[in-house]
Design a binder for this molecule. Sequence first.
Ligand SMILES: Nc1ncnc2c1ncn2[C@@H]1O[C@H](COP(=O)(O)OP(=O)(O)OP(=O)(O)O)[C@@H](O)[C@H]1O
Length: 358
Amino acid sequence: MLEVSLRHDFGSFSVDVDFTAPKGVTALFGASGAGKTTVVNAVAGLFRPAQGRITAEGVTLFDTDKHINLPPRKRRVGYVFQEPRLFPHMSVRSNLLYGARFAPRDATGPDFDAVIGMLGIGALLDRRPGALSGGEKSRVSLGRALLSKPRMLLMDEPLAALDAPRREEILPFLESLRDAGMPVLLVSHSIAEVARLASTVVLLSKGRVIASGPTGEILSDPALAPRFGAGEAGAIITAHTAGRDADGLIRLETAGGPVWVTDAPEAAHLRLRIQASDVILSREAPAGLSALNVLTGTIRRIEEEADGRAFVQIAIGDEAILSRVTLRSVRALGLAPGVACHAIVKSVAVSRDDLAEI
Ligand SMILES: Nc1ncnc2c1ncn2[C@@H]1O[C@H](COP(=O)(O)OP(=O)(O)OP(=O)(O)O)[C@@H](O)[C@H]1O
């Protein structure tokens, strides 16, 4: 577990944050200038806040009251930057071994062979970074961080510099970090990335934490949805793979009923992201619609927005999804907390990007 509490005043901007990142991936999410990099740099020891306390796995890294400020190399933090900072004159193998030099002898964690196997970089070992693609560089950079056997991993927009295919190449490796035994702090601008990778979300705005908690709860909160961008907001629910139909569609079971998708990872249990703008609501069970996916639930909350629309939260089992509808629809349909409703999602609205292994 990583516990962060820090305060700093830059004059025109101040940071005042307290949050806890359990094991698994914690996403630091917020608009540009919200203070994400400042927080990550403070955890890494690259920035010294005026006041605060940071502990990782029970070890105090920084404590102004106790005058503790471990230097970066003693913090045992693996830092993966947006631009992979590999040594250009060294081979991939030497870059990786450089990371391993910092691993304490008694530290646990995957060894060299396990890391290159996990990241699929065995064939690259004798190349120089200049001869690698962006995605390959990112994988090597992640490998180097892992081989230092860090107490935790910090990733500042590790995918931002990559195009969509390269991003797809890295995402499965980042997903596997969710199950790694250490806390991972991931700075991200992308709600799709957060939905896919994070177990916990810390939402930052203007140097303050405005919400934090399990990803499913934060993403399905209708009051927070505008923060994620009205067009992008959406929640995640658990789905179980139930087989492939004769026409090729894959059937997933959710607490609200079956969902058919055209593509899905090969895994028994998935998290399924449903964007609020892809969901329309009906109080009657719809008939004669070409949209295949109809989830049954109960309205829990409605948050009206200034632009004549609302985010409606629909409880699906003990999870929830969001729908973005006009206030006119809210009134015409008599939508209100406690009302049973059907959430209709086009099957084509759910893409491979919206599914991740649990
Ligand atoms: N050393 C500094 N002196 C003055 N202001 C600073 C300093 N470091 C950061 N800031 C200010 O703190 C604010 C937060 O910066 P930070 O880089 O942490 O934001 P961010 O959320 O990571 O943004 P982005 O997503 O654009 O990277 C910005 O307004 C920045 O100008």
